[in-house]
Design a protein around this ligand. Structure first.
Ligand code: SF4
Length: 292
């Protein structure tokens, strides 16, 4: 197995050939060309859109606060996560620079205030209940589909219960049903249940940092079985896809590979429908999956 680079919430980890993440699965669903270009990471160019990078700054703050919680230990009780706000602010300042964010103090203050309010609202978990921060998990679906994900926060609310919380920087929360029927959070739940043998119950939540609100759902074994079926369906479709057509949508505005996309850039070296050389590269990626 190849070495996985160290990651924080504001660093980009290129996709590992033959490994699927929730992002890649969702990307193929939205636009096969975007997925193909991402898995050939040389096509990822330039900076992400500014609102993505702003989200990464907020993620960096949350990650630092929970890591500071771990470093603090259980020697002294603490009430809310706001106690660790200084660590969050330091990380956000650093991420703002690293991500080449605009020189816009009002924008930075907005992110900082959102993070502070979330930390003030959330109780600080005891260490026994805090399982992982930016936890890297691996799994194998159907004996052939290798998956890898980084989970923002993994908690253990009770001895037999694992909970995965994902920080988001959009305000509109999905419904419980949308959360249950999605790819990302159910996949995290599936991976967490595999990784932690004590986990009989599994739940997930999306926490909107700007809205300071959370959508929670507990998943059943039936929900996880349906997730596995959805993943197999997506991967089988991707493996059989010899064209990887672009599907323009509202997602184009957040697409990393837009500068190289033939839909938006008439000078792109990629032709609509792909040529045989590109198709050959795609088959190599698929072979790597088969050969794992
Ligand atoms: S910019 Fe839009 S059409 Fe082009 S690859 Fe990205 S999502 Fe697909």
């Amino acid at each position: 197995m190849s070495t996985v680079p160290a990651k924080t919430s504001h660093t980009y980890v290129p996709p590992e050939r033959g490994t699927w993440s929730s992002s890649l699965l969702q990307q193929y669903q939205r636009c096969p060309l975007a997925w193909w270009m991402t898995t050939n990471s040389g096509h990822r160019t330039g900076l992400a859109p500014v609102h993505w990078r702003r989200g990464s700054v907020a993620h960096a703050g949350m990650e630092a606060a929970y890591n500071a919680r771990i470093a603090w230990g259980d020697r002294f009780g603490v009430g809310s996560m706001e106690f660790f706000y200084d660590a969050a602010e330091d990380a956000m300042v650093e991420a703002w620079e690293e991500l080449h964010m605009p020189d816009d103090p009002a924008m930075f203050d907005g992110v900082r205030e959102h993070v502070r309010l979330v930390l003030a609202k959330l109780p600080a978990p005891r260490l026994a209940n805090l399982v992982g921060v930016e936890a890297e998990l691996h799994g194998m679906i159907d004996g052939r589909i290798k998956v890898r994900s980084f989970l923002d926060l993994v908690l253990r609310p009770a001895p037999d219960w694992v909970h995965v919380r994902d920080w988001k920087t959009f305000t509109a929360l999905p419904s419980e049903q949308e959360l249950r029927d999605g790819i990302q959070l159910p996949l995290y739940a599936w991976m967490a249940k595999q990784a932690y043998p004590w986990a009989r119950r599994v739940s997930v939540s999306i926490y909107s940092i700007p809205a300071n609100a959370e959508r929670f759902v507990e998943l059943t074994d039936g929900d996880l079985d349906r997730l596995v079926e959805r993943v197999i369906g997506i991967v089988d479709a991707a493996e059989a896809d010899e064209v990887c057509q672009p599907v323009p949508s509202e997602w184009c505005d957040t697409c990393w590979v837009k500068p190289d996309c033939p839909v938006w850039n008439p000078e792109s070296t990629l032709a609509h429908g792909m040529d045989r050389d590109l198709l050959g590269d795609m088959r190599s990626a698929m072979d790597a999956i088969d050969g794992f």
